[in-house]
Design a protein around this ligand. Structure first.
Ligand code: C5P
Ligand code: C5P
Ligand code: C5P
Ligand code: ZN
Length: 482
């Protein structure tokens, strides 16, 4: 079969699968769109919803914390014959295929998680074409590829590249050098469509909204002694600079600075890092590739892709996916206000969670390290905290971290379950680490289930199985790193 290069879409490897999925959706009377409750899941849903709407295909949207037998059964119980799964589905393909075989619904899947061992006809996933689902394409990226294939007449869905980039960055796919692989094709289309700008800038979280001292104090990717985690140090560093860093007695934010003043601060920061003994490779990581949503107002969380993704996590991980979705779809009134309130709470929870891990410490096994937060960290954010802890004081970087949190019982779950989140590093993945396989295998060994990506994965296990699970994880990771 020959494919016309002009209709190949942003990720040529996925063109055929995208076309097949799009054709299947056009044949549906109505679609149930099901997505995951994090930044990538929300942006996936927003991209897919907008594309369906523009294609004139009726749909309804639902969000799930985790796709498992119970949530798939609930989806099957609705009166929709066609279900579009975004940002999940592949990992549960065996269960979904069972429902399909029994005639419960026809699935269309746009995902980037490691597929379970089963087949279905309409399945769009970078891993099926040799692309890396952990770093090259996110759920929102897969949804974007589908959205481009759903275009017809005079519809142009390239504006949705902005949300796809927010999803990719929300899943931590961007490194200091920015997004790579298939994601680059999406970035290029966002720039063409005038919704995205790529730049080189200070690689710190909060350039749009944090006052300068907070920007420097809280950034922890590269630790600078006397500035990182040191409010007085950050203030005195800034106060010594010959630059216009205040307005009306208040500290400016990074976005408020002139180009000259930005250069002054950045070069002083680099000098200071070198002088305090930060290794050259780490100093280089202070400057990196950044993505800006050019259609959003300056000085807001929406303008910077990292800040936007955190804003979305602050909604969906607290049972308010509806708020995050509304913001993605353009609500700049009540939904944005509500999201900002939720963000303050999320930030407080993240910083308290990180403090808890730092103060109580981790237990180090032969090949992994772990902590159990019990009910003190919400199970929906324990993975984010684990990822942040991996670079923090007292936590080793040379072995994966496994975090446990108690799942609060709700009607559907009285048996008592424990949520597991595991995070590794790219260096460990290069040595053979596959946390997705580890979580699935170790969880299944104790009566639970799991999956995800090589570098970041999760599981749910029955309460009381933690010890056995840790032993199993330690054994498997030991084999992988051998
Ligand atoms: O469900 P999902 O794929 O969206 O979750 C991905 C998770 O993996 C995110 O919480 C993200 O922060 C984490 N991740 C990570 N490091 C990576 C890639 C992903 O911590 N390199
Ligand atoms: O919440 P999310 O996973 O999007 O956060 C991504 C990263 O942004 C975190 O790992 C953390 O380094 C940074 N962050 C932060 N302060 C916050 C929220 C997130 O520094 N309040
Ligand atoms: O929840 P957490 O952020 O730790 O999830 C990390 C990754 O593991 C995500 O991609 C998530 O979809 C996946 N996961 C999974 N099965 C679970 C829990 C998490 O596939 N039971
Ligand atoms: Zn994802």
């Amino acid at each position: 079969m020959t494919t016309d290069p002009t209709t190949m879409g942003p990720v040529p490897e996925l063109a055929e699968r995208a076309t097949a999925c799009a054709d299947r959706l056009r044949d549906a009377d109505a679609v149930l769109l099901a997505s995951h409750i994090d930044a990538d899941g929300l942006t996936s849903a927003a991209v897919a919803a907008t594309a369906l709407e523009r294609a004139g295909i009726p749909f309804e949207t639902v969000f799930e914390k985790q796709l498992d037998e119970a949530s798939i059964r609930a989806i099957a119980a609705t009166d929709h014959d066609t279900v579009l799964f975004t940002d999940f589905g592949s990992g549960q393909l065996d269960v979904i295929a069972d429902f399909e075989a029994r005639g419960a619904f026809d699935p269309v899947i746009a995902d980037h998680h490691q597929p379970a061992d089963a087949e279905t006809a309409y399945h769009l996933n970078p891993l099926l074409e040799g692309l890396d689902g952990a770093s090259e394409l996110s759920g929102a990226g897969a949804a974007y590829v589908l959205a481009r294939a759903l275009e017809r007449d005079d519809v142009d869905n390239r504006d949705l590249a902005a949300l796809a980039v927010v999803g990719a960055v929300g899943d931590m796919q961007g490194g200091v050098d920015g997004l790579t692989g298939a994601n680059e094709g999406i970035v290029a289309e966002g720039i063409e469509a005038d919704v995205l700008a790529e730049g080189t800038d200070l690689a710190m979280y909060g350039r749009q909204t944090r006052p300068l001292p907070k920007l420097l104090e809280y950034a922890s990717d590269v630790r600078i002694p006397g500035i990182t985690g040191d409010e007085a140090g950050a203030v005195s560093f800034l106060a010594d600079l010959d630059a216009d860093l205040r307005a009306d007695g208040e500290w400016k934010r990074w976005v408020d600075l002139s180009d000259d003043d930005r250069r002054t601060v950045a070069s002083a920061l680099l000098k200071r890092a070198v002088a305090s003994g930060v290794p050259a490779v780490r100093v280089n990581d202070l400057i990196g590739t950044t993505y800006t949503l050019t259609a959003e107002p300056e000085g807001t969380e929406l303008r910077d892709v990292s800040e936007f993704s955190t804003l979305l996590n602050a909604t969906a991980r607290y049972e308010r996916a509806d708020v995050g979705l509304a913001v993605c779809l353009g609500d700049r009134g009540a939904a944005l206000d509500r999201a900002r309130t939720l963000l303050r709470n999320h930030r407080k929870n993240l910083s308290e969670g990180l403090e808890l891990v730092k103060s109580t410490g981790v237990t180090v096994e032969n090949h992994v390290q772990w902590f159990d937060a019990g009910t003190r960290i919400r199970e929906t954010i324990v993975g984010i905290v684990a990822g942040m802890a991996l670079g923090a004081d007292g936590v080793r970087r040379d072995r994966p971290i496994v975090a446990f949190a108690t799942v609060e019982p709700d009607g559907a779950n009285d048996a008592g379950e424990v949520k597991v989140s595991a995070r590794g590093s790219h260096a460990l993945v290069r040595r053979g680490l596959d946390l997705s396989a580890t979580m699935r295998e170790a969880a299944r060994a104790v009566g639970g289930d799991g999956g995800g990506h090589d570098v970041a994965a999760g599981a749910t296990i029955p309460a009381g199985e933690r010890e056995a699970f840790v032993a199993e994880v330690d054994r498997i990771v030991g084999e992988q790193l051998e």
